[in-house]
Design a protein. Structure first.
Length: 138
């Protein structure tokens, strides 16, 4: 089995259930709902990395591989892939698992860029962080 066929190792940053209220007119889960869940996962990593407030400033390379269905368990894996002076790039993979079976499949991935902010909303340097658990395994 290739690495693309299996979710990343470790626990997901967020795990949630796709509900009927989250559907588009075709009956699949709305892409905007999934993107917001991914932003929440990336934001969690950004907050831990910056040690405070941060904001999404860009989303790059959003790829929807497969649809998410009502009732699917959605697991989001967020990984810090780049840290600059005030910004961070966080890669998020979203995986679905139908409730009645153990098989999972990647449904979406994207890179989210965040900027660390002060209390006035101005960019600030990211505090040094020696915790490497948020970084991508290389």
């Amino acid at each position: 089995m290739s690495r693309e066929d299996q979710p990343p190792e470790g626990s997901p940053t967020i795990r949630t259930i796709a509900m009927p209220a989250d559907t588009n007119p075709s009956g699949d889960i709305f892409g905007g709902w999934l993107m917001s869940q991914m932003d929440l996962a990336a934001g969690s990593v950004a907050a831990l990395t910056s040690g405070g407030r941060s904001a999404t400033v860009a989303v790059d390379a959003m790829i929807f591989h497969r649809p998410v269905k009502i009732g699917d368990e959605v697991s989001l894996y967020a990984t810090l892939v780049r840290q600059g002076r005030t910004s961070m790039t966080i890669h998020v993979d979203a995986w679905r698992r139908p409730r009645e079976i153990a098989r999972t499949e990647k449904v979406t991935e994207a890179n989210f860029t965040f900027v660390a902010l002060d209390s006035e909303g101005r960019p600030i340097p990211i505090r040094p962080n020696t915790d490497t658990s948020l970084r991508q395994n290389t």
